[in-house]
Design a protein around this ligand. Structure first.
Ligand code: NAD
Length: 436
């Protein structure tokens, strides 16, 4: 099939590349000319494991191309994917201006039947709005489908090629048949393509992300209480996760969820509930808990140093909002660094992939280092914020030699409490006993 993907970010680039991998002819459109030029040059604008290999294969074989020209891309496509940003507006609701702006343009361009697929995360009722925006100018038939995307950054290619499920919201048999054909190669192991109406599909995405965010906030609260009552959240997590009704994934406490999806999607669902006069109390709590959890590590650090961080050097390992990505949108590290710097600390930091992005938003507020050990020179404490594999088995003797004091604040519970106690470290993690 001939496909056009509009918006070539994390979702658009991964979807476009994976659709090309299954033999489709894909043209990706973006209005960022620099990004398109880089992609045409064979350069990856984002870090996503496994993407480069299939990107190279499909661009070389001419199945995957890039352009800034919306009109030419759309004219030759049977299916048009919208993978455009839906950032939070000032009131917390999803900003639909990108999606509806492009929809209006599409109405003027399309000259034969098209299936227009909304892959962006959008509030209930958006498919109808997209339909109306296109219909304003369109002279031909078209269908609008809601097809929310569930890929996770860091494992996006794997998620896209082997999704747990595909959700398709459409009331058109014609569009349903096209979508079925397109996704069949990805669900050969029997995972379902779940068809439903557009509104339910839109709601499914928000319900999924909000549920996951709730699980994280719940475990963060359990961890905070563990610290107070003298329990160890590691044991509690295993104890509850082995119950099949609960399951063992997404039960790790930490420094709060971040990224470009959970914070904005939880907020948008909250806004939708308000619009419909529904008091979604759990969602309110999820947001409040997450807000406070972001400051838990900086709070622990400040308390340890008696609220005086002047002349203190804090080293940070991990800046991306999670491992295996360079994405720092709403990353807890940014909030923690701001807090530490505001309290007078000097901050050095290392991240395997996210440092270019951090440099752009933080400038010289933080000194970025070549390797993770380089960040430790003369540090009064190390704070671990992202659980990159690289940080899991460090050389503690080398660390002790480099640092001024053997002090670790671990926002991801990477090390055994007993191990660090035996090696004589002060070790303060999340929901576990402090050792010194
Ligand atoms: P992104 O910011 O990485 O990419 C969006 C792209 O759209 C950018 O390259 C931008 O230049 C381009 N763009 C903006 N306006 C345009 C226009 N008028 N014409 C052409 N291109 C335009 O965003 P993303 O992370 O890929 O997210 C896209 C959507 O998918 C959002 O709604 C998001 O919530 C949703 N989503 C994201 C993820 C994720 O993990 N990132 C997962 C599932 C769903």
């Amino acid at each position: 099939m001939n496909l056009a993907v509009i918006g070539t970010g994390y979702v658009g680039l991964v979807s476009g590349t994976c659709f090309a991998e299954t033999g489709n002819q894909v043209i990706c459109v973006d209005n960022n000319a620099t990004k398109v030029a880089r992609l045409q040059n064979g350069e990856m604008p984002i870090y996503e494991p496994g993407l480069e290999v299939i990107f190279n294969r499909n661009t070389k074989q001419g199945r995957l191309t890039f352009t800034t020209d919306l009109e030419s891309a759309v004219k030759s496509a049977e299916v048009i994917f919208l993978a455009l940003p839906t950032p939070p507006g000032e009131d917390g609701s999803a900003d639909l201006s990108y999606v509806l702006g492009v929809a209006e343009q599409l109405g003027k361009i399309i000259d034969s039947y098209k299936v227009i697929v909304d892959k962006s995360t959008v509030p209930v009722g958006t498919a109808e709005k997209v339909h109306a925006a296109i219909a304003k100018n369109a002279k031909v038939e078209f269908d609008v489908v809601s097809n929310p995307e569930f890929l996770r950054e860091g494992v996006a290619v794997e998620d896209f090629l082997k999704p747990d499920r595909v959700v398709i919201g459409t009331s058109s048999d014609r569009a349903r048949e096209v979508m079925q054909r397109l996704y069949e190669p990805f669900v050969r192991q029997g995972n379902p393509i779940i068809f439903m109406d557009e509104r339910s599909a839109e709601m499914t995405k928000y319900a999924a992300n909000s549920y996951l965010a709730m699980r994280i906030s719940f475990m963060n609260e359990v961890a905070n209480l563990c610290e107070k009552v003298g329990a160890n959240v590691d044991h509690v997590r295993r104890g509850i996760g082995s119950d099949k009704r609960i399951g063992n994934r997404f039960l790790f406490p930490g420094v709060g969820y971040g990224g470009s999806c959970f914070p904005k999607d939880v907020q948008a669902l909250h806004k939708t509930a308000k619009e419909y006069n529904y008091d979604f109390r759990i969602i309110d709590s999820v947001m409040k808990v997450n807000h406070d959890q972001r400051f838990i590590l900086s709070k622990k650090i400040k308390e340890y140093f008696n609220n005086n961080l002047k002349d203190k050097k804090i080293a940070i390992w991990g800046l991306a909002f999670k491992p295996n990505t360079d994405d720092i949108r709403e990353a807890p590290a940014l909030y923690i660094i701001e807090e530490l710097v505001a309290a007078g600390a000097t901050v050095t930091a290392f991240d395997p992939e996210a440092m270019d992005n951090v440099r752009q938003v933080m400038g010289d507020k933080v000194a970025l280092t070549f390797g993770h050990y380089d960040a430790l020179h003369g540090a009064d404490a190390l704070a671990i914020i992202t659980e990159w594999s690289l940080f899991r088995t460090p050389d503690f003797n080398k660390m002790a030699q480099l640092m001024k004091s053997k002090v670790i604040f671990d926002g991801r519970n990477l090390y055994g409490v007993e191990t660090l106690a035996e090696a004589g470290w002060y070790y303060n993690s999340i929901g576990r006993p402090i050792v010194m």
